[in-house]
Design a protein around this ligand. Structure first.
Ligand code: GDP
Ligand code: IMO
Ligand code: MG
Length: 421
């Protein structure tokens, strides 16, 4: 068997959590391969709205295995809270949650480092979620990181103190005096709590499962334009959010990658700093924010909103090898007279149709306009219920990307999903 991949093709918050939950019945295993509690994946079903940060979004479907892969960074305080909340609404985590021993721990001092670095950057700050993601991944490559499997070793505390004292040297250099001793206490308590969950060597587990013909969906976090190599650097996260991250974040070979589902919001949003060529700072942007309830699932920050960017989308499709597109939040576009799509950027007086070396350069979007639709589509159940203008918008996306739109999401609930025929 091959492992299917589902990831966001924009700047995150495309609706990955909802779609993973919808597709989970087709799979035996759902596995997160990168990121950590900077992610906020929202699921809605039976009038329950639930946000996951570290736990894969297949957790509310009975008897499905959910793996936190080796590429993920875990804050045990946040994970414990997530477990408690998911248990309350009936998830069987003791049975269905599997944690890779090689997943890395976010230490309390990583959160402080995130803050220290952002304060130091001042106006140039990334707009990080301040969950310690960047500093944790930095320590991974600096070979100072603690893996969650280390918590069962006798020298865990020694290792912890060694890395912590390294962080303290950095704090001194930055004149940063904040501490979080209370959080540290909670952190150790949460680790004790998590010890009773299932730990696995996930690379072997995943490959054995594929051999045994189990079906697996890898769930991405963030979006391709936040990828540490290919995103709008330096305004990115610190992991590979693209398909390549599946290979390192779960230990599967590129030959084993099957379908790649690219999740695309029908317009664009971004939370935090960094370039966003199609951003609308006017009443249309505000209308998208209000209608789409565009506020961060992790931090509550208002999301910046703008039109769909075909140039950036095609770049993401190229990087990921996307085989199927899934469009979300089409219902939010209902009511607009026209819908704009950027098909090029004007840069230094020239029009280009590719993402340039530095997205931070001055890029003025070149738009094409399509007729909008006026009807409410949130109750539509099948392709033939959809307005012709929306079907034309989907066709337009397929023509411009060369990739088929397989599903359309018309509302946040798991039932509000249409298979496009
Ligand atoms: P993720 O990080 O990609 O999982 O996305 P988030 O959960 O951060 O943000 C997506 C938001 O849009 C959440 O509040 C979802 O409940 C909501 N959502 C997902 N799909 C749709 C849709 O088709 N229509 C509407 N109106 N909301 C949606
Ligand atoms: P999901 O999985 C949207 C953004 C932050 C910031 C930058 C770096 O819900 O789509 P970090 O905390 O990684 O240091 O932040 O990346 N960011 C996200 N934006 N959705 C996310 O995840 C994000 N995770 C990080 O806002 O600009
Ligand atoms: Mg999100």
């Amino acid at each position: 068997m091959k492992i299917d991949v589902l990831l966001g093709l924009q700047w995150g918050d495309e609706g990955k959590g909802k779609i993973v939950d919808v597709l989970t019945p087709k799979y035996d295993i759902i596995a997160r391969f990168q990121g950590g509690p900077n992610a906020g994946h929202t699921l809605e079903f039976n009038n329950i709205k639930h946000v996951l940060h570290t736990i894969p979004s297949g957790i509310f479907r009975e008897d499905k295995i959910n793996i936190i892969g080796n590429g993920v960074v875990i804050d045990p305080v946040i994970l414990k809270h997530e477990i408690d909340e998911a248990v309350k609404i009936g998830a069987n985590l003791k049975e269905n949650l599997y944690i890779s021993r090689k997943a890395q721990l976010i230490m309390p001092t990583h959160r402080l480092l995130d803050k220290a670095y952002e304060e130091y950057k001042g106006a140039n700050k990334i707009g990080s979620t301040l969950k310690g993601i960047g500093p944790a991944y930095t320590d991974k490559t600096a070979r100072l990181a603690l893996k969650i499997g280390d918590i069962f070793k006798d020298n865990f505390l020694e290792k912890y103190n060694c890395t912590k004292s390294h962080h303290e040297k950095i704090f001194a250099g930055y004149n940063f005096n904040e501490t979080n001793e209370e959080y540290e206490k909670e952190w150790f308590a949460a680790l004790e709590f998590i010890k009773s969950y299932k730990f696995i060597d996930s690379e072997k587990f995943v490959n054995d499962a594929l051999k045994a013909k189990k079906t697996i969906l890898a769930e991405g976090a963030q979006g391709s334009l936040l990828d540490v190599d290919f995103g709008s650097y330096p305004f990115v996260t610190s992991s590979n959010t693209t398909t390549s991250g599946v290979c390192t974040g779960l230990g599967v070979s590129p030959h084993k990658v099957g379908e790649v589902y690219g999740i695309v919001k029908a317009y664009c949003t971004r939370v935090g700093s960094g370039p966003f060529p199609t951003e609308l700072s006017d009443e249309t942007g505000q209308a998208l924010r209000d209608k789409g309830f565009e506020y961060g699932a992790t931090t509550g920050r208002p999301r910046r909103c703008g039109w769909l960017d075909m140039v950036a989308l095609n770049y993401s499709i190229m990087l990921n090898g996307v085989t199927k597109i899934i469009i979300t939040k089409a219902d939010v576009l209902s009511g607009f007279d026209t819908i704009k799509v950027a098909v090029g950027y004007k840069m230094n007086g020239e029009i280009i149709d590719y993402v340039p070396y530095d997205m931070n350069d001055d890029l003025e979007p070149v738009y094409e306009e399509l007729p909008g639709w006026k009807t409410d589509i949130s109750d539509c159940k099948k392709t033939s219920d959809l307005p012709i203008e929306l079907l034309n918008y989907l066709k337009y996306i397929t023509v411009k990307t060369g990739v088929k739109v397989k599903y359309l999401s018309v509302g946040p609930d798991r039932t509000q999903t249409i298979k496009i025929k």
